[in-house]
Every structure is written in structure tokens, then in C-alpha cells.
Design a binder for this molecule. Structure first.
Ligand SMILES: Cc1ncc(COP(=O)(O)OP(=O)(O)O)c(N)n1
Ligand SMILES: Cc1ncsc1CCOP(=O)(O)O
Ligand SMILES: [Mg+2]
Length: 221
């Protein structure tokens, strides 16, 4: 299992697709192929919400998506479920403040995997780092329809607050991010943006990913 040092994590966070079967009307495997072709740098399997797969069907989809990421050397993260992450040999897990305790997840997945933790304040971010987080996900940056129980909108100021408090770990912004807002999240101090609908819901997935990849790399305004 590849060890994920801080700079490798920072690079992986650049353009981070988060998706499950409920986030697209197409085959998620094909969407992932197109997103990788467009330039995503990490993928998170987030199978939750109304209509989400469960049981063997969920595990089977996780394996299919995991194999696509392996073929293209794109890091594969599992949302919430540390046992599924271990089962499908994921590169990491992402948990929120209402999920399993970050320190317990770190102990379960070992030091060779990434641990992402959601944070809505510098205090939560500091506690996540102390628990062993490899990166923190901060949001929602903007209003989102992809997470029914989202925290109050923070805006890019939520990222700037962490940096002003001296939080130096890799940070990714998430929530309602689109081509016209991604640059502001990066300018606030994020190392990358995490998106669901801006890519998974796009008519042309590859083009949507490529546009965001150009923006976060500074090649396009
Ligand atoms: C990269 C990233 N950041 C934040 C989240 C949100 O996680 P969480 O607060 O646990 O909410 P759910 O996604 O589990 O509904 C995330 N998934 N990924
Ligand atoms: C998982 C998650 N965590 C905070 S907002 C959000 C949903 C992001 O989805 P979208 O990019 O479609 O707004
Ligand atoms: Mg969660």
C-alpha cells in the first residue's frame, strides 16, 4: 500500500470527483472513465441518499470503480465506510464529524492509507489533524443539492479561516463548486476542489472535468 505523504495528498486533492450511483443517470463506471480522461486527480465512492445501492450490489460497484482507478493510478477513496475501504483495498477513507471517530478510523486503516475528515471550523480541523487526518474537507462552499444534511454555507472564507489559524495540512473545498467559483476556493487557500454535480451531472463529463482541471491549475480564469 502506497504511503501518502503530505505533498502526494496535496496533489491528489487538486480535482477530486465525489460520486455514487445516485449522482448520475449514466453508468457510474463510464462517468468515471470520462472524468479521469478529463483530468480528475482523485475519486471518492460516496454511495448514499435515496436510491443508493446496498449490500452486494454496493460492494460490486465499489470494486468496479476501484479497478478503473487502479488502471489509471487515480487514488480511490471510500466515503464513511472504513470496512468497505479495507475490503476493496482503497487508498483511503473520508469521514465527517457525525461518522466514526477519526482516530479509530486511522487505527483501523493503518498509516498507509489517506484519511480525510470534514471540518467546518479551525477547531474541528485542528482536532482532525491531531486524530491523524491526511487532509480536511471544508464546506459547503456554496449551496448544494447533493447533500441533504449539509452544514450552513461557509463560502471560501471557511478555507481562509483555517489558513489564518495556521492549519497547514492539505485542504479541499467542497459544496456547490462550479467553473465560475472554483478559482475563488483556490484563491482562499484550498489545495483543490471536490465536486459531485459539476462533473457527474454534466452533459459532457470529460469536458467538464477538463475545464475544472484547467481552472484549478491556473491555466484558465
Ligand atoms: C472531500 C469531502 N469533503 C467532505 C465530505 C462530506 O463528508 P460528511 O460530512 O461525512 O458527509 P457525507 O459525504 O458522508 O454525506 C466528503 N464526503 N468528501
Ligand atoms: C458531500 C458534500 N459535503 C459537503 S457539500 C457535499 C455535496 C457536494 O456536491 P456538489 O458538488 O454537487 O455540490
Ligand atoms: Mg460522512
Amino acid at each position: 500500500m502506497r504511503a501518502w505523504d503530505t505533498e502526494a495528498v496535496r496533489c491528489a486533492l487538486r480535482l477530486y470527483l465525489v460520486m455514487g450511483s445516485v449522482n448520475t443517470t449514466r453508468d457510474p463506471v463510464e462517468v468515471l472513465h470520462q472524468a479521469i480522461a478529463g483530468g480528475i486527480t482523485m475519486f471518492q465512492f460516496r454511495e448514499k441518499g435515496t436510491g443508493a445501492l446496498a449490500g452486494e450490489a454496493r460492494v460490486a460497484l465499489a470494486w468496479r470503480l476501484r479497478k478503473v482507478c487502479s488502471q489509471h493510478r487515480v487514488p480511490f477513496i471510500v466515503n464513511d465506510d472504513m470496512e468497505l475501504a479495507v475490503q476493496v483495498e482503497a487508498d483511503g477513507v473520508h469521514v465527517g464529524q457525525g461518522d466514526a471517530d477519526a482516530a479509530l478510523v486511522r487505527a483501523r486503516i493503518g498509516e498507509g492509507r489517506m484519511l480525510g475528515v470534514s471540518a467546518h471550523s479551525a477547531l474541528e480541523a485542528r482536532r482532525a489533524v491531531q486524530a491523524g487526518a491526511s487532509y480536511v474537507g471544508v464546506g459547503p462552499m456554496y449551496p448544494t443539492r447533493s447533500k441533504a444534511d449539509a452544514h450552513a454555507v461557509l463560502g471560501p472564507a471557511g478555507v481562509a479561516e483555517l489558513r489564518a489559524a495556521g492549519i497547514a495540512v492539505p485542504v479541499v473545498g467542497i459544496g456547490g463548486i462550479a467553473p465560475d467559483t472554483a478559482a475563488a476556493v483556490m484563491a482562499a487557500g484550498a489545495d483543490g476542489v471536490a465536486v459531485i454535480s459539476a462533473i457527474a451531472g454534466a452533459a459532457d463529463v470529460r469536458a467538464a472535468a477538463a475545464q475544472l482541471a484547467a481552472i484549478v491549475s491556473g491555466e484558465q480564469a
